[in-house]
Design a protein around this ligand. Sequence first.
Ligand SMILES: *[C@@H]1O[C@H](CO)[C@@H](O)[C@H](O)[C@H]1NC(C)=O
Ligand SMILES: *[C@@H]1O[C@H](CO)[C@@H](O)[C@H](O)[C@H]1NC(C)=O
Ligand SMILES: *[C@@H]1O[C@H](CO)[C@@H](O)[C@H](O)[C@H]1NC(C)=O
Ligand SMILES: *[C@@H]1O[C@H](CO)[C@@H](O)[C@H](O)[C@H]1NC(C)=O
Length: 264
Amino acid sequence: MEIYSILLLCSTLLLFFTAPIYAQTSSPPAPTPTPTSSPSPAPAPAPAYVNLTHLLSVAGPYTTFLSYLESTKVIDTFQNQANNTEEGITVFVPPNQAFDSLKRPSLAKLTQDQLKQLMLFHALPHYYSLSDFKNLSQVGPATTFAGAGQFALNFTDTSGTVHLDSGWTRTKITSSMDSTDPVAIYRVENVLLPEAIFGTNIPPVPAPASAPETSPAADSPAADASAKIHAPGTSPPSSSHRIINLGVWSQMVFAVSGVLVLLL
Ligand SMILES: *[C@@H]1O[C@H](CO)[C@@H](O)[C@H](O)[C@H]1NC(C)=O
Ligand SMILES: *[C@@H]1O[C@H](CO)[C@@H](O)[C@H](O)[C@H]1NC(C)=O
Ligand SMILES: *[C@@H]1O[C@H](CO)[C@@H](O)[C@H](O)[C@H]1NC(C)=O
Ligand SMILES: *[C@@H]1O[C@H](CO)[C@@H](O)[C@H](O)[C@H]1NC(C)=O
């Protein structure tokens, strides 16, 4: 009985000595990690009319694309489709930088008519939400505003990322600028070049040279995305750490109260 009391006393002392250590590790009142990482495509109440000119001029670095749309008057075709049809429209918008870096083939030699076709090639005469592309990729080449055949675009959906293939251009949707039926505007990283204008004699891309050249640019949004996924990932360990500490605390409270009951 005496040994038992000593054991109890020892364990009580041990608990009291170790308690400050746990108190220290758990003391920083870490703010509860609120999972705000979900990039919700806020389904705002549908505005009936989307002014494409306005959207493209304020949404970001898309002024080159917009100026081509305006100089070829394709903006009217697109706006009319957005305004007046049930089908709606899906537009793929490359940023200015995609036009700047386009050296081969160059757009400088195109006739006004070819430029118009090039612009029409950047849209589908139907509204597609991002989730619709999975289905679309199984249907086969999609007819663009410029037409079918060599003016069609191929889509593939690889685990949620929508890739576009025109033969000359392989790119992907990197963000949604607007997607409210009947108007979808998506950012793509490259100017879409149709075989109907540039021919089927596509220069083979030298694999070793192009891989490092294209992959960082092409993959950077993905890298950003994974970085974003990883960033909040640093908080779960601390929260589970707190949970462990809580467990230790409740055990200590249990033990101490048990000892007190025995001693009294
Ligand atoms: C659309 O937006 C452009 C640029 O902001 C503006 O100049 C134009 O008047 C707008 N069109 C309509 C019909 O509101
Ligand atoms: C689209 O609708 C707006 C607002 O109703 C109108 O001002 C504009 O002229 C229309 N544009 C076309 C091309 O139908
Ligand atoms: C998917 O495509 C098929 C044709 O291949 C069509 O019948 C079906 O309605 C589509 N589903 C959706 C959800 O769009
Ligand atoms: C698009 O896909 C079709 C068949 O699904 C194929 O015949 C065609 O070559 C593809 N076009 C491009 C540009 O990859």
